[in-house]
Design a protein around this ligand. Sequence first.
Ligand code: ATP
Ligand code: MG
Length: 460
Amino acid sequence: MIRKLFKKVFSRKTPVPDSVAQLRVIPFKKHGVRRDQIDKCALKITSTLHQAGYTAYVVGGASRDLLLGLNPKDYDVATNATPEQIRALFRRSRIIGRRFRLVHVMCGAAVIEVSTFRGPSTTQEEEKRSSKFIDQHGRLLRDNVFGNEEDDALRRDFTINALFYDPASEEIKDYLNGYDDIKEKRLRIIGDPNLRYREDPVRMLRAVRLAAKLELQIDPETAKPIGDLAPLLQNVPSSRLFDEMLKLLLSGHALSCVIDLRARGLHHGLLPMLDIILEQPLGERFITLALKSTDQRIRHNKPVSPGFLFAALLWHEVLSAWKTHQTKGEKPLPALYQAIDETLSIQHKQLAIPRRFDAVIQEIWAMQPRFEARVGRKPFRLLSHPRFRAAYDFMLLRCESGELDMELAQWWKKFQDADHNHREKMLVNPNTSKKRRRSRKRQTTNETSVLSKNTTQESH
Ligand code: ATP
Ligand code: MG
């Protein structure tokens, strides 16, 4: 009897802490994701690996998105084969990565990332302490140790990203209760949030992006340390921050992400002036309109130019610097060029926007005053500029946000639609321009809000 009681007490399962993995296998009849929903290339890769005697799963965002009923953006495969073993199986493949070596397998135009299960080695704690592997804030500098399936689940960021879909059996292996979190629409970090954000502060940005994109609630424990640890983003290489910021802005949920970034104090190291811009009604309206229209374009599968986006996010900084230079007595154009240079150089120090975007951003900004010159050949020259479309869309945002008169947007819309003769007639005669501008202003004050409130950026 006593022995029975002892057995009962000591064999009772204690609640599993978040960081301890416990395998649950979710059968097809419960999760409902069919093999034929998986991308053909990913299927081919997992089955080739299986035939060669390795285990292989569809992991990360792809299995998560399929469970959420979404179309995965890209596919990742995880396996127990080493990079060399993977490489030997696929003719069109190459080993990449320094921090962690993995294999890119080319399949048609697509590239599938195939990685060997990763995990901490027994000596890793010791090595970490010797600070070869972490910086003084706890950020992981190297994590290139192979592990088993379970280790691989544990080193991932959020529980919903740690599900292993096996296309052969159509089963999902779930070590960290990610399946329940998906069903309950909860974003939960794996392990101790403090430690995991210190290891990689970019996880804080990923939390914001994934929560907005997938409409998940960030678990309170996962959200709690973010405010305090936000400054750690300063230690992340700026090229990585840029990549993550771009993902966030192109997620189709840029507006809610930016609002959430600001609410959690995460924006300081990314877009340092955002606070100031959003506090001014015009600035807030401008950024809101720009991000809303970007989100709409992405949801309709239309292309979006990152240059346009950054030009929009930074425009009100340019405007205020432009004003400052003019009040110091500089002429409008040199003052604008000065403001452009200053804004870009301040921004480069925070979040290195790659130089390849600078040209687009500068052109969009520098073309803005040209929309207001409607005399002689100037509008014709502007219309034939290769960057006209982007600059025009930008000018529409300025009008819609209340920075410029809507009459300007109306004029340019008409000018584009008109034939050559009609365009000539629309030009403002320099002699009568002042008179006409005054009378047009009177005429159009009541019409200004009528023109399409829904004007969006078209193809850039
Ligand atoms: P997306 O829809 O943007 O592709 P994703 O979750 O697939 O989302 P990826 O950057 O493709 O994002 O990463 C693939 C997987 O790698 C993630 O699902 C996660 O398991 C793991 N991962 C990515 N970034 C991190 C990180 N910073 N820390 C730990 N694990 C990560
Ligand atoms: Mg992915």
